[in-house]
Design a protein around this ligand. Structure first.
Ligand code: PMP
Length: 383
């Protein structure tokens, strides 16, 4: 008898399964609208020019080695990540009440934060996620034993934000709940709260002593402006909240490293490794706490948890991001690359909207241009 006998068959991941089916499909005009990865006009992945430059700098570095990174990652990388998210003039950074760890992209950042909460947050607290949300949120929190519930977010009638339902759920949630918030470019609706709505959300969360856990996977992708896209996070920090924020560099640096998980056959995986071995996943978990001693304690636990999870984070992607974030000239080039990507997305929305209007398509279509980022809820039903 094998204990494997009782292991149930898990269904394949919907999005990545779709990618595999898409690859196998021979229809020449096929388009994959599933996975959230940027594509060029030719439907191809885009290596950011600034990433290519950073790659050259890295490989011409005579001191480059393949030693272990520190457990919490490259210190200048995590510091620059906090600065990118919180702002160069952030009071929390000046007051040294920020902790951080390099992670395996955004997923790893959320996982590490969730794991920390499962150990140190008051037991029984529920994590609330938007309805709908990125499917992994529920799985990540459930995996570390935190129960997940949802708050209303999408209003199908307006194809916009259900702010009343959202605020009502925050009010009804037990005090001190964990609230997962998409910092910008909400996945999958493309609907973000306005500044006024964020302020109202923060008001209720402050009154209810909820803990904000920001997921920021699309900074610079929503508006093309890094500061504008982290307004929500900065607003909460300005108001004195203690927060977690998980950052992903998958989209805004084009460092998805996703070919490995998206491609089914072993031969193709090896092809992908050789062709694309340079893409590596990196992200960052940052905590803003009330004071320096608290930040130090949190930081020490990040290190301890990370050690037992992955020992040391992978170096490649973080080295590239570290080079760009810490060089003013390359940083400016990155901002320009971001405007290229966000600009194209905005342009595609505009073209689709105009075409629908030109064709006299029945229905309301303004949500296509009102929604932002990579995702759009069309309001269409599948057949
Ligand atoms: N959060 C959201 C809302 C996302 O859409 C994604 C990417 N699909 C992530 C986190 C994390 O992705 P990654 O681990 O590739 O950085």
């Amino acid at each position: 008898d094998s204990f494997f006998e009782q292991v149930p068959l898990a269904p394949p991941d919907v999005i990545f399964h779709l990618t595999a089916t898409y690859k196998a499909d021979t229809f020449p005009q096929k388009v994959n609208l599933g996975v959230g990865a940027y594509r060029t006009d030719k439907g191809k992945p885009w290596t950011l020019p600034v990433v290519k430059k950073a790659d050259e700098i890295l490989h011409n570095d005579p001191n480059l080695d393949h030693e272990y990174l520190p457990i919490k990652g490259i210190p200048t990388f995590t510091a620059a990540s906090a600065k990118l998210m919180l702002g160069a003039d952030s009071v929390a950074i000046k007051e040294r009440r920020v902790a951080g760890a390099q992670s395996i992209s955004g997923t790893g950042a959320i996982h590490l934060g969730a794991l920390f909460l499962s150990k140190y947050y008051p037991k029984g607290a529920v994590a609330f996620v938007s309805n709908p949300t990125w499917a992994n949120h529920k799985a990540i929190f459930n995996n570390v034993g935190i129960e997940v519930a949802d708050y209303p977010y999408w209003n199908p009638a307006t194809r916009g934000l259900d702010i009343d339902g959202f605020l009502g759920a925050l009010n009804a949630a037990p005090n001190g709940s964990i609230i997962v918030l998409h910092a910008c470019a909400h996945n999958p609706t493309g609907v973000d709260p306005s500044h006024e709505q964020w302020t109202a959300i923060a008001d209720v969360m402050q009154a209810k002593k909820h803990f904000p856990f920001f997921d920021c996977a699309y900074q610079g992708f929503a508006s093309g402006d890094l500061a504008a896209d982290s307004w929500s996070v900065r607003h909460f920090v300005d108001r004195g909240f203690e927060i977690f924020v998980g950052q992903s560099y998958a989209k805004n640096f084009g460092l998805y490293g996703m070919l490995l998980t998206a491609i089914p056959s072993m031969f193709e995986i090896w092809d992908a490794i050789f062709e694309d071995h340079k893409r590596e996943r990196c992200g960052c978990l940052t905590a803003v706490t009330r004071d320096t001693v608290t930040a130090k304690r949190v930081d020490s636990q990040f290190e301890k948890l990370q050690r037992s999870e992955i020992s040391n984070p992978p170096a490649y992607g973080a080295r590239l991001v570290n080079i760009v974030l810490n060089d003013p000239v390359l940083f400016a080039e990155w901002e320009s690359d971001l405007r290229t990507m966000s600009g194209r997305i905005i342009d595609m929305r505009d073209k689709l909207y105009k075409k629908l209007i030109e064709l006299d398509t029945p229905g309301q279509w303004n949500h296509i241009v009102d929604q932002i980022g990579m995702f759009s809820f069309t309001g269409l039903k599948g057949r």
